[in-house]
Each structure stands twice: as structure tokens, then as C-alpha cells.
Design a protein around this ligand. Sequence first.
Ligand code: SF4
Length: 461
Amino acid sequence: MATQELVGRVASAVANPGLHQAVARSVDRHSYAALAALTPEVREIYKARARAARLRSVRHMAELAAQFIAQAESHGIIVHTADDAAEAVRIVAEIAKSHGVRRIVKSKSMATEEVELNAHLGAEGMSVLETDLGEYIVQLAGQKPSHIVAPCLHMTRDEIAALFSREAGRQIATDTPSLTAFARERLREEFRLADLGISGGNFLVASEGALVMVTNEGNGRMCTTLPKVHVALVGIEKLVRDFADLADAVRILPVASTGQLITSYVSIIRRPAQSGEEGPQEVHIVLMDSGRSEILGSRYEEVLACIRCGACLDICPVYRQTGGHAYGSVYSGPIGAVLTPLLRAEPSAQALPFLSSLCGACTDVCPVGIHLHEHLVALRARAVARGVAFPAESGAFRGLRRAWTPARRYRLTRRLMRGALRLGGGARQLRAWTAGRSLPRVAARPVADRLRAEGLIDEER
Ligand code: SF4
């Protein structure tokens, strides 16, 4: 049932050519810019350093968390720990209620999306306004972000202008200055009126007790400086050891994400405002576990090194056809298909690793070298073992196993297929497949025959 829902979401995304065009246009722009930003040699150096820095932090997460808490509290930041999503939401809601908060401005944060913070605070009677431009657009549209870096990349400029025009009650033009001018006009007053600012965090520096935000829009700074209280909700995997490790991670993040050598803002928050200074009088950081610790020590541990750059989404041939909403998870694309089943137990999450062609492009582009395609294969095996599989596919493989046992039947099929391919491919499906791509030429001698001749596989295969 859960897998049918996933198939239904994918089918409706694939049947939407407007969505496909909007997604493809954006992800191509990101991917080409990321590729052009550095030479391959420099990229490999950056990647090796970032991977080492992130893995070091992941492996010492518990010690770094203790160090971070001690350091942050020594500067006057109030640190809370949340074992799960419910506790994280409860902590944020209690902070807000204790200050009589009614209006909240929020900067982009996937952790807050993960726990559905806005809905919970809304149910407590508080209004939460997203202030990142992309998040503001998807909030107005009543949708969820479809990409971890570019939340509204699935929407066209015309759709956004229509949405803003409806909100404004007048015609807003489709050019970027007009669209951003409208958003700016709407948001500026809200920053001034808000009682609470909520943010996420890209990194937490343990040695300094510092929260680090890497952004391209000024809204992050407005949310964390104008309201009198600031709350940051951050997953514990965002811890890094010190500023040296932070530098290695921060340097590669914008390059992998959008091809920028540096982002517009790197904000480091170490304490609340002191008397006479402008800024929030209280800063709270909620360190959220919510399943992260269970990944530690497992074969999937390196997944926690992810810096949420979005490069694996941009390069993924499945994501570019479907966009992010088809995944039914706040984390989409290859990292979403790996991380979501590790964080959420329900069958619809366990089926996500099947949303991959296993081409390995995600692993190639990952700036911290996470072996995404290997984790996808392992998680598929786990899903099958747990009984979460696509019935038609499982039936097809059972049928093939029966049809090709003993192995000589498989060899006969292979010979027939080679003949058909040499003749140009007889099957209608194959012709349709090759209409948009070229098929490699059939080798003069099958690789299995060559391996057998070398004694590398046995006679029966
Ligand atoms: S898995 Fe790698 S490529 Fe994908 S978002 Fe994380 S860091 Fe970026």
C-alpha cells in the first residue's frame, strides 16, 4: 500500500511536463555552475579535507555535543537537548509561550521542516512566517519545500508571479527585481513586529559553542537579530570540532551547492546581546537527536557527514524527473532516499531507496564523498527483508530466477538477446528507450565468456 502511494506520487510528477521543465532547468544551472567552479584537482583536495573534517566530527559526536553545550552555556546561550521530534517541538513551543509570543519569523531550516514545527506552533495560536524567499513562496502556495537548498525550484517564474499577484491584489511582473521587491515589502515589517526568530543552523562549532549559518539572503540575519528571542533548532550531526574543521566544510558547501566560491553571509552566533547592544536578549539552541544516534556505528554512519548541499539532488536522473514532493519526505533525492528510511520507520519511508537508477552520479558529486549508491543498494536489501517491496518487481525477479535456472537457460537467453540487439533491437520498449539515448555496441565477445576463459568465473555461470 505504501509503495503504491509512492508510485502514485512519482507517476503524477512524471506526468507533469511543467514540473519537469522547471526542475531540470534549475538543477542543470546548479550542476553546471558547480562543475565549472573548481578544477578537478582542487575539487579533490577540498573534498578530501571536508570529508575528513566531517567524519572526525561524526565519530566524536557525543564528546563534541558535551563540549558544545559547556562552551555555549558559558557565553549565556541556553542549550536544550531533544531526543525526538516531539520533544524538540515541545521545547520550542514552551520557550515561545513563556515569552507570550504571537508572531514568529523564521529562516530556512530543514530540521524544523522535519519536525513540522510551523504546524505545531500554528496549533498553539502563533503565526509563523517563512522569510527565506523560496520558503516564503512555498508557504504562500500551501506547499512544502521540494529541494533542500532551493525550496521552490519546482515552480516557474510565471507561477510565482501569479501567486504574488493574488497575495498583493495587483499584478506583479515576472522579472526578478519585481518579485523580490514584493517579497521584501511584505517581509520587512514582519521582522520588526516579530516576538521570536527561529532558525536552523548549518554547523555547530564545539570548541567555541558557536552556531553557524551559511546563507545567501539577509533574512537569516534579520530573524536572528531583530526579535528579542532567537531559537535555533539543529540536528546533532551538524557539530564540527573547531573553526579549522568548519573552514573545510564551509569552503566546499557553496561550491557544491550552487557553484559559488563563497556565500553572501556566513553568520557566527556565540552569545545573546549584552546590555547596550542590539540583538536578541535570549538565544536558545535545541540540539535534536531524533534518530541520528541510532545511525552512529552502523554501516550508514557516514551519511551523518552530509552538509546538505543538494548536489546529489541536482545530478540525480530520478529527482530531475520527479522533483522533491514525489518522495513524500522533507529530504528528497539520493540523500533523502538514504536518510529518510534511517530516520523514519514507516513503509513509505523504507521504499524510498527504490527511487534511484543506481547510476552512482550522486556519489561522484558528493563533496564529502558519501557512498550514496552503495547505501541505496543496502537499504533496498533491508527493505525487501522487511517485506517492503514493489510486488510486481519482486514477482518479476522470482519469475526470472525460475526461468533462468539452470544457468544454461540464462546463457541461451543472453545469446538470443545479443542477436536481437545486433539486429537493431526488436522490442518496442527497447526502440522507445533508444529514441532518446544511444545503446552501447554489442561486444564481439561477451564478458562472461572472456572471464570464463581466464578462469575467473566457473563453467556454470
Ligand atoms: S549527500 Fe553529499 S551531495 Fe547530497 S546533500 Fe549531502 S553532502 Fe550534498
